[in-house]
Design a protein around this ligand. Structure first.
Ligand code: NDP
Ligand code: AKB
Length: 252
């Protein structure tokens, strides 16, 4: 029987790259995101290419009622989730604390922290019932340090760091592995979303350096997931060679 991975934020970037890699390894997938068309395209491509089964969940992780309904009404065999990748997340804006947009703050907190909690609350119970599972939380270098104007995004990723450590303690008696993957600069839709569609500004973020690509992070996640049963990698920080900290970057 094939293993199952549930990936939130699977319509682009790191989540979509994980979907590809896990499908290539023969995993059946539950893919979650808000953009239905992209979810359909990714799912169809993977089903055709790798002959795996894919369940799509078009949902917003901020909406606990709808998310719970969609997860709890999955057929029983789809609740045997082996790997949960809590990846859905975003940054909105890059402003000093006195000028921040309150709606952006709410969006980041509701998605990056509360959405991750809502998903974990449900899926961890499925894992506890089977006394096995692996939860991968996508944090960030922004969860290890802060950078100018990163304030609320950094706070949400520090919260992910704390939750990752807490989850490992709480789920320890149940044999569930918990790992944080903390990327530096990865060229995805991340900066386009942060700058609200301003492609020029988004591109500038990666000027003069070779950033990570989503596949680099997916490969690290696969490495973590494919360790022997007695090995857990607690925390991984992955940066482009040209990036030393959140803001110290060697640009050519
Ligand atoms: N790129 C980078 O430099 C870094 C990224 N990260 C983290 O990696 C994770 C993935 O980001 P990345 O791949 O780079 O960026 P992308 O913007 O390419 O992907 C983000 C994904 O999250 C999904 N998402 C966003 N909001 C919601 C929501 N409310 N409900 C459900 N899904 C949602 C998006 O899907 P949809 O819009 O269809 O809902 C999309 O699939 C995030 O947690 C991000 O914070 C961490 C460090 C660095
Ligand atoms: C600084 C980073 O590497 C990260 N992509 C972020 O912008 O938080």
């Amino acid at each position: 029987m094939s293993k199952i991975a549930l990936i939130t934020g699977a319509t682009s970037g790191i989540g979509a790259a994980c979907a590809h890699l896990f499908a290539a390894q023969g995993y059946n997938l539950i893919l979650l995101g808000r953009r239905e068309q992209l979810l359909t395209e990714v799912s169809k491509h993977l089903e055709d290419k790798y002959a795996v089964e894919v369940k799509k969940i078009v949902a917003d992780v901020r909406d606990n009622e709808d998310l719970s309904y969609r997860l709890e009404t999955l057929p029983q065999q789809w609740k045997k989730v082996d790997v949960l990748i809590n990846n859905a997340g975003l940054s909105q804006g890059l402003d000093p604390i006195d000028k921040g947009n309150i709606d952006d703050w709410d969006t980041m907190i509701d998605t990056n922290v509360k959405g991750l909690l809502y998903t974990t609350r449900i899926v961890s119970n499925w894992m506890i019932a089977r006394k096995s599972g692996h939860i991968i939380n996508i944090g960030s270098i922004a969860g290890k340090e802060v950078y100018p104007n990163g304030n609320v995004y950094c706070a949400t990723k520090h919260a992910v760091d704390a939750l990752n450590k807490s989850m490992r303690i709480d789920l320890l008696p149940h044999g569930i592995k918990v790992t944080a993957i903390n990327p530096g600069m990865v060229e995805t839709e991340f900066s386009k979303v942060r700058f609200k569609g301003d492609e020029g500004r988004a591109k500038k973020v990666y000027d003069g350096l070779e950033p990570l690509v989503a596949k680099d992070i997916a490969e690290a996640i696969w490495f973590v997931v494919s360790r022997p049963a007695h090995v857990n990698i607690n925390d991984m920080l992955i940066m482009p060679t040209a990036q030393a900290t959140g803001t110290i970057i060697n640009r050519k």
